[in-house]
Structures are given as C-alpha cells and as structure tokens.
Design a protein around this ligand. Structure first.
Ligand code: GLY
Ligand code: MN
Ligand code: MN
Length: 440
C-alpha cells in the first residue's frame, strides 16, 4: 500500500530548491486555504491550497508558511492555530506549534494570532517578497498593511522590502515535474478510479439513475481512502453531450450511452478518467461508429505524448483522426486538411485534448514558453481526452446520431522511454467493454 503522506525529506527538498531559487535577502509568504461556508455555520469539506500543500503538507486552515533562505535562527517558520482543548472537542485535533516543528519540519512555529506582531519584523530585514497576489484578497490587504507599517516608520530606521515577485512563477514550474513518490500517489489515485469505473460498468442497467451510478463511484472512492478530485460527471443519453454535466439526476434509458468522467484524489493528487459505454451493455451501430473514431483519436494522441514532442502534438494528432473520422461517417464534408484549417471539427469537439494533472485537476504549469509550445519531458503528467459530442440543441442532425456524446480520458505520465498510461487497465475497446458488462 502506498504511504499516504509524502516523506518529509521530499518536502524539505522542495523548500530547499525554492529557497535556492529565491536567493538571499528574500522572503516567501504562503498562506493556507480558508474554510468556506456552505450554509450558516456549516463549511464545505476543507481542501488545502495546492501550493501551500506542496511546500508544507500541513493540513489545516489558518496557517501561514514563511521561508527565509539563509536566516540563521531558522529558514522555515510556520504560523498556525494553537492546540485548544475546547476547540478540539468540537472540531477535531490540531497540529499546534510543537507538531508543526516535530511533524512538518518547521524550524520554528508561532500562534497564528501573533502574526501581526512577528511578520513585520521578518519582512523588515528583506529586500524581496515572494507572494502570490490576488489569490486570497483579504490576506493581500494584510500583507500590504504590514509593508505600509514599515514604510511609515522609515524615519525611525525601519525599512520595507521594495520588490514584490510572483511566487507562483517558481512553484508552478516545480509542480509540473512529478517525483517518484508523487507518481506513486497518482498511480494509486488512478487505480482507484479504474476500480470505480469498472464497478459502474458492471452494475449499470437500464432503469437505474445517474445518481445511483455516481453512488457506486463514490463508494469505491471512499472505500479506498480517496475522495472525488472534482464533481463526478455521470451523463446518460443527451446529457453525455454536455461537457460539464453534473446534475446526475436522470434515469438511464435502454439504448442510450452513459458518459462518466470521475477521478479519485489521493493525498491531494488527482486522477481524471472518462469512459463512455452503452447503458444496456451493447453499442448500437451509430454509437459504435462515433466511439471508434474517438478511441482511434485517443490512441493517436497517446502515441504522440512522448518526451521531446511539444505540448500540442497529441492534440493535433487527435484532431486529424477525429476530422477524418467525422468525414468518413458523413458528419463533415470536404477535404480533411481544409476542414482542420477551418476548424469545422469544433462543432463536435470543442475542447482541447488534455491538460496538466497533479495536485490540481487542471494542474499548474505553462503550456507555452515564450511563444512556443512546451516540450514534453519525463515527469510531466497530462490527460489525453478527445471526445465527440453531437450538438444537443441541433434539429438538423440525422436522427441516428442524436444524443451521442463520447469522451475517453486517460492519465499519461511522460517517461524517459515514452509514456506510461496511469489509468491503463480500464477497458476502452468496444469488445472489452461489452464483455465486461455482459459478465456483470
Ligand atoms: N474532469 C474535468 C476534465 O476532464 O478536464
Ligand atoms: Mn475529466
Ligand atoms: Mn480532464
């Protein structure tokens, strides 16, 4: 079983790397996510800020990590909630300052209530502040207040930092390259998603509902100590043509397709997997025709997700196969190259073929460097997810194509030799899906 927490040595290595890039006379300030209210005094399940998690693994809200490279009394300082018997009885255990030092590698830790007193002093000695402006606007204001305090006291010899640099710029590039331990967590997240989708295929019958299938998926996720990386999309029939459908409220009808886009998140790391299959276990002719085009496009895209290729090559490969396929079955007419140039395929395929995957489902990292597409390198993880969706509002579409939406999505790790499909093992060939569903 994969250990859920990353080793502290890896967290330490990340902070070291960041601090080396920051250089001396610099300070990084990284706030945790805030708890969000769902209604009155009920919160949404807490999800840590991904950058904060990446640098600390610290699980609580109301925390701020501060990194000061080269500071003799300690380079990593954590502000966090104090242990509190009453609060712990109501809301659960807290790490506290001792725990921040012993379990999370902080050199020193202070109560979050003391930050107004302590942080200006830490800022005063630095020239450059690394901080992500605009993500937590209330915190932006506090940081400006601390800096203004220093500016106001310049006559008595206090000096404020004078350079403000986007922290994301450094951290997001680090996050783009996954280490061996991160890949182990992502592999596990993908394995759980495979189990969930397999279960959905096995249990699906006409007359069931989208939410019942969603329940099977959630059951598998929670049994395996994972949670949904994003709200599951479970769309039958016409709902399979809606890209971000999450109502999941309808009955599944005999003869319709079911599109499921559901991924488990393990220890903060996402998987993102889509399969499309017939509710009754047998593809109809038109469903099969569309499905085979998408599958061929997905395979072509995966074959182009290789080290040394650029970001857009898998997409270009998918678009070519999709366009030719649409033309072959008569949904587009004309010369394939011209259809691609005119982007006629966008009527049926309106999104890109993938995105980076990691702590965020749509993970961070630039897709272009300057003007050029990024070159794929070992350690990057991306999704490959072409689809074809018959326009749900279109009345001029031949009856047989209506209500067909197909997406096939896998998670692909770029390796030195080529790639590894982390979600491999989940059936996607027509015969394999039909065989699995016939087995029940
Ligand atoms: N599940 C969202 C996506 O596929 O990008
Ligand atoms: Mn997806
Ligand atoms: Mn995706």
């Amino acid at each position: 079983m994969t250990t859920k927490r990353l080793p502290q040595s890896e967290l330490k290595r990340r902070r070291r790397l960041l601090m080396d890039m920051m250089g001396d006379n610099a300070i990084a300030i990284v706030p945790s996510a805030n708890e969000l209210i769902r209604n009155r005094d009920v919160h949404y399940p807490f999800r840590q800020d991904s950058d904060f998690m990446y640098l600390t693994d610290f699980p609580e809200p109301e925390a701020v990590a501060v990194l000061i490279p080269g500071r003799e009394q300690g380079e990593f300082i954590m502000f966090c909630r104090e242990r509190d018997v009453e609060k712990e009885i109501w809301n659960g255990w807290r790490v506290g300052q001792e725990g921040a030092v012993s379990d999370y590698g902080a050199d020193d830790a202070f109560p979050i209530e003391d930050i107004d007193e302590i942080l200006p002093g830490l800022l005063e000695q630095q020239k450059r502040v690394y901080y992500t402006m605009g993500r937590y606007t209330a915190f932006d204001g506090r940081l400006l207040d601390w800096v203004n305090q220093l500016r106001a006291n310049s006559r008595i010899g206090r000096s404020a930092p004078h350079q403000f640099i986007d922290l994301e710029f450094l951290v997001h590039d680090m996050r783009l390259f996954k280490s061996r331990s991160e890949v182990a967590l992502m592999r596990r997240a993908a394995e759980v998603s495979i189990r969930a989708h397999t279960r959905a295929m096995r249990v699906c019958r006409p007359g069931m509902t989208e939410y019942q299938i969603e329940a099977e998926i959630l059951h598998t996720f929670r049994q395996a100590d994972t949670e949904p990386a994003y709200p599951s999309i479970v769309g039958g029939g016409i709902n399979s043509c809606i890209l971000h459908y999450t109502d999941n409220c309808c009955e599944l009808r005999d003869g319709d397709l079911l599109l499921i886009d559901a991924g488990a998140e393990y220890s903060g790391y996402a998987s993102d997997v889509t399969r499309t299959f017939p509710v009754n276990g047998r593809f109809s002719g038109p469903q099969r025709a569309i499905y085979e085009v998408v599958l061929a496009a997905q395979e072509a895209a995966i074959e182009n997700a290789l080290p040394g290729r650029h970001w857009n090559e898998p997409h270009e490969a998918a678009v070519k196969v999709l366009t030719e396929g649409l033309r072959d079955i008569g949904l587009l007419n004309g010369d394939a190259a011209q259809l691609i140039e005119d982007e006629d395929y966008k009527k049926f395929f309106m999104h890109k073929t993938g995105h980076w995957l990691g702590l965020d489902v749509h993970d961070v990292g630039d897709y272009k460097v300057d003007e050029d597409w990024r070159i794929l390198e070992p350690g990057m993880v991306l999704t490959v997810e072409p689809g074809l969706y018959m326009p749900p509002h279109s009345n001029d579409l031949d009856e047989r194509w209506r209500h067909i939406g197909v997406r096939i999505e896998d998670d692909v790790l770029i390796t030195r030799e080529g790639n590894e499909v982390l979600s491999d093992g989940l059936p996607k060939k027509v015969d394999d899906i039909e065989a699995l569903m016939a087995d029940g």
